[in-house]
Design a protein around this ligand. Structure first.
Ligand code: FES
Length: 182
């Protein structure tokens, strides 16, 4: 739709009216029967926020986000480990195995909650793309290579539990504060 007339002229007003009407009639922006705009609320977020479908529709996004963050204990963790699961630094199978190992060990060692809570994130690529799985631990900003089951066990035992850098697996350090772990 082209605006041909000058702003304020009847020609402009007519085209503007048609343009706004076309947007309103677009099925992708139509209000839902409930009167709200359609929006995607994942099953995962509903489960974490502990809301039913009907409640989720009524709640605003900020409320849902707050509930999800509380359920994940964001604000209460001591370290954050980000593990790349490939496909370039390792195969997707190796990445999946490493991720399963990490989840299992954090749980076994009770690092999935409490005062030493370690928040874990599976990521697609940390841009190192060599000798993976690549892994990154905050707050120290420690980058590791070879984070397979054996490597992760060392990272968990030394770094996550004792705060010591695993020098053999170290790629680089980029602390976001002045502190180093050891
Ligand atoms: S694919 Fe793992 S760092 Fe790029």
């Amino acid at each position: 739709m082209q605006y041909t007339g000058e702003v304020g002229t009847p020609q402009y007003a007519e085209v503007d009216y048609q343009a706004r009407n076309a947007v309103h009639l677009n099925p992708f922006v139509m209000p839902s029967p409930s009167g709200q705009s359609d929006r995607h609320i994942s099953e995962k977020s509903k489960r974490l926020a502990q809301v039913t479908d009907a409640e989720a529709t009524r709640l605003d996004d900020q409320t849902i986000l707050k509930r999800v963050a509380e359920a994940l204990n964001i604000g209460g963790y001591k370290r954050h480990i980000l593990l790349c699961t490939g496909p370039d630094c390792c195969t997707p199978e190796q990445g999946a195995d490493a991720w399963d190992f990490l989840k299992g060990r954090l749980k076994e060692l009770k690092l999935d909650k409490g005062e030493n809570f370690v928040y874990r994130s599976k990521v697609g690529c940390l841009r190192i793309c060599h000798k993976g799985p690549s892994c990154l631990v905050y707050p120290e900003g420690t980058w590791y290579h070879s984070a397979d089951a054996e490597g992760l066990e060392n990272i968990i035992q030394q770094h996550l539990m004792k705060g010591q850098i695993v020098e053999d697996l170290l790629i680089a350090e980029n602390p976001l504060s002045d502190e180093r772990a050891d």
